[in-house]
Design a protein around this ligand. Structure first.
Ligand SMILES: [Zn+2]
Length: 430
């Protein structure tokens, strides 16, 4: 017997139970034991992006089942990001099995290949990675049952267990819109997310699918407010899904970005920033990987809408808290004399980045002085002694006077950091 544990939101218990029943049937058909139990519900504390604490009732779901003889397990489902284009070679959407503890690395590209029948490029839209504990294989949907004894439906059920754990969208509007509008430009999704953020200042669970399935059109109602929803096929009236702020003109979320409703400058900037956030993600986990992949393809489908909506949660979390105080001057001038040592005090860290070179890792740190004059310091090694925003005293030798993007900068070397300098006049330490 093997035991799987998954934490679920109890509000979604009904849909999780439906999935569990499917799994139970699949096991029963093979004469295998399958049972589950739900732990005592408890409130779990979360913090919203504004730092406010809220609680979600969750419970620990324990599934106990017999292993199949061959003991194949589905590790993940892999799909191309855009269903309307040839799958092979596309960036992938990666859905790991939530009952697997291992951290899996998503492949960079979709490979239309099945290790079972060893055939490639059959127009597959889904492949599964499976393991028997020793080898990891990729199998197409058609061969999954024969190769592993696991039906595609069962694999889906496993994968859905976790996906079901946050569902509260209005599914009464879904099916029709989904078929009418299989695609949404990422720009359009980002604008919709930005409108929601502009109105509510927060994330709502499963926002991506909610928008994709019910935000077809926007109608301005005055004073920057508007209504979003979809046209009722019979009454030809807008079924209002949400009232939002930041709408200045009619438009549709499905169509070219230039057909989007007119939105305020702030909303548009937020949308651009959400896209930039997605694009710049390092991709260190599945969440980041999937968002970055969607950003690359710049398209949101029914399949990826849920992931895309998650961008709002991520973006809100990392949103800078307050705009930095304006600098006394924006013109950067060179400092010191080349070859001579100088002390810059106070000196503010504006940028830290570790750069991999053929010689190893270097750390690039940029600074400004009180007048906005820019300094750059390259050091070998992975240095984390300075952080962005930190104010220090820096004594260093001027290596050269050069420019970056038309801004004069002073490159220094052999720097000495004073983390507790006597300030005199200057910035206040954050
Ligand atoms: Zn095959």
């Amino acid at each position: 017997m093997i035991e799987h544990k998954v934490t679920i939101d109890t509000v979604n218990l009904a849909s999780v139970e439906r999935t569990l029943k499917r799994l139970a049937r699949a096991f029963a058909m093979r004469g295998k034991a399958f049972s589950w139990s739900l732990g005592e519900p408890a409130l779990t504390q979360f913090k919203n992006p504004r730092g406010r604490v809220y609680y979600v009732q969750q419970a620990l779901l324990t599934v106990v089942c017999e292993e199949f003889e061959n003991a194949w397990t589905v590790l993940a489902k892999i799909q191309p990001v855009d269903i309307n284009q040839a799958a092979h070679g596309q960036p992938v959407i990666f859905s790991p099995n939530p009952t697997i503890e291992d951290t899996l690395t998503p492949p960079h590209k979709f490979t239309d290949h099945c290790d079972h029948c060893t055939s490639g490029k059959r127009g597959r839209q889904t492949v599964y990675t499976v393991t028997d504990g020793s080898a990891v294989k990729q199998v197409g949907t058609a061969c999954l049952l024969e190769y592993t004894g696991i039906t595609p439906e069962m694999a889906e059920s496993w994968l859905k267990l976790k996906g079901n754990s946050r569902i509260d969208w209005a599914n009464n509007t879904g099916e029709r819109n989904k078929r009418q509008h299989p695609n949404m430009s990422l720009t359009n999704m980002a604008v919709a997310l930005a409108l929601y953020a502009n109105t509510h200042g927060k994330y709502r669970s499963n926002i991506g699918r909610w928008i994709f399935n019910s935000w077809a059109h926007a109608v301005p109602t005055g004073n920057g407010w508007g209504e979003v929803g979809y046209w009722h096929p019979e009454t030809k009236k807008l079924v209002v899904i949400e009232k939002i702020h930041g709408i200045e003109g009619y438009g549709t979320f499905f169509g070219q970005p230039d057909e989007l409703p007119q939105v305020s400058e702030a909303v548009w900037n937020t949308a651009q920033d959400i896209i930039k956030y997605m694009t710049d993600l390092p991709g260190v986990n599945n969440f980041e990987h999937n968002l970055r992949t969607i950003a690359k393809a710049h398209v949101v489908t029914n399949k990826t809408a849920g992931y895309a909506g998650g961008a709002l949660a991520g973006w809100l979390k990392r949103k800078p808290k307050a705009a930095p105080k304006p600098m006394p001057t924006v013109t950067s001038e060179w400092l010191g004399k080349v070859g001579e040592r100088m002390t810059v005090l106070p000196c503010k860290v504006t940028f830290v980045r570790r750069i991999e070179t053929m010689y190893g890792i270097s750390t690039l740190t940029k600074f400004i002085d009180l007048k906005g004059n820019q300094l750059v310091w390259f050091r070998s090694g992975d240095r984390n002694d300075l952080i962005k925003g930190q104010i220090i005293g820096l004594t260093a030798t001027v290596k050269k006077h050069d420019s970056y993007k038309d801004t004069k900068q002073t490159t220094v070397t052999r720097g000495k950091i004073d983390t507790k300098p006597e300030w005199g006049e200057g910035w206040e330490q954050d």
